[in-house]
Unconditional design. Sequence first.
Length: 386
Amino acid sequence: RRQVEDLILHQADAHKRIGELEQEKRLQGEVLSDKENMLVALHDRNEHSKAQLEECNQDLTTTRELVVEQARRLTEADAQLHKQTKELKMANRYLNSLEIRFLSHFDATEARLLELTHSQERIHTGMLEQNSQTGMKARKLEKALLERRSQEAQVVSQLAVRQASLEAAFDMLAEEQRARRQAEARAASLVRELESFRSTAAETAQGKAERQAAPEHLAAEFADLRGQLSLPGQAQILGEGRQKQLEEALASKSAEVNGLVEAQDDLRRSMEEMQSARLEVEASMEVQTVELEALRLEVQDLRSRANPAVEKAPGNGLALVGREAFALAFGCITAGLPEAEIAGTSRHETTSIMEMAAEAKAVEEHEEEQEHEQEAKEMASEEKGG
């Protein structure tokens, strides 16, 4: 009985075990079907992975070609950048030299402007003094001219009076000459009568007495006529001497007046020349001021235009200095300033400017080295990533 119970228990355990085994079998079948499905999915994924691998191989080939092309482009860009860097260095050196020349010319121009200002002030003060002196001289000359003119008027009036007296004397002389001619005619007639008396006189006492009385009478009349003739000659001689004296006085007064007029004309010409020189100096100062203002405006315009392009280039520290130097030098060249004046500067200023240029060049080289190191690091990181 106990064995039967044990068998029943074993049978129940066996049925239970069979159920469990069937359940495990069903579970194993499900697991197997899941694994088969998984294998199918893995097979599909494997096929898809193979296709993706082929595509990746193609993409890798394309990527390698792109990398090679990019490396070639980078090499060309590096060579071009190196070339541009050399050109920029040369341009910066040229700009530094232009800046030095422009600064020297600017100092020379400032000194020249100061000299011109001082000379203009001296000319202005000298012109004021000369104007005052010239005004005083002109007033004195005008006063003297008025005095000379009054004296000349007096002389002219005296000459007119003397001319009237001379004309009256000449009229008297003409009358005396007429009387003299009449006396000469009368004397000639008396001489003829005397000769006729001498030739026709009789030897009688009465004729002798008449002949003796007639020559005495004729001689007295002839003497009277000679005295009358000598008085007009003396008057004529005196009139001619007085006329000569008046003419000499008039000539001296005219010479003095002409000298005063010439002196006044010389003073006026000197004043006009001084005024024209002053106007020329002022015009030259205005022209130089306008040229400097135009030069400053051009420099500002060139700086504003050169800002965007220069800030993008390597070596901004020296590029800014080169930009300003180029702007200043270009403005100087535009203004037409001579190179001899640009190069004129002191040794101390030239040394300080060269030291500044050397420091700027060292800063530029340091920045270029840093940029090259940064580019090399970026290339190495890109190669490691590839």
